[in-house]
Unconditional design. Structure first.
Length: 49
């Protein structure tokens, strides 16, 4: 194996890991946004409205 092959392998591995972490960050952010938007109202506001 040459050094070029090893370097290309590490670059490809870095792209894969980067993609996984970006997908996890997007998934986490979307859950946080949906949780904030769909939060139930407190009991006090439910009785008044």
């Amino acid at each position: 194996m040459t050094m070029d092959t090893i370097t290309a392998g590490f670059m490809l591995m870095g792209y894969g890991l980067g993609g996984v972490f970006i997908a996890l960050i997007v998934f986490y952010s979307s859950i946080r946004v949906l949780t904030a938007l769909c939060r139930e109202k407190p009991e006090k506001e439910k009785k008044e409205g």
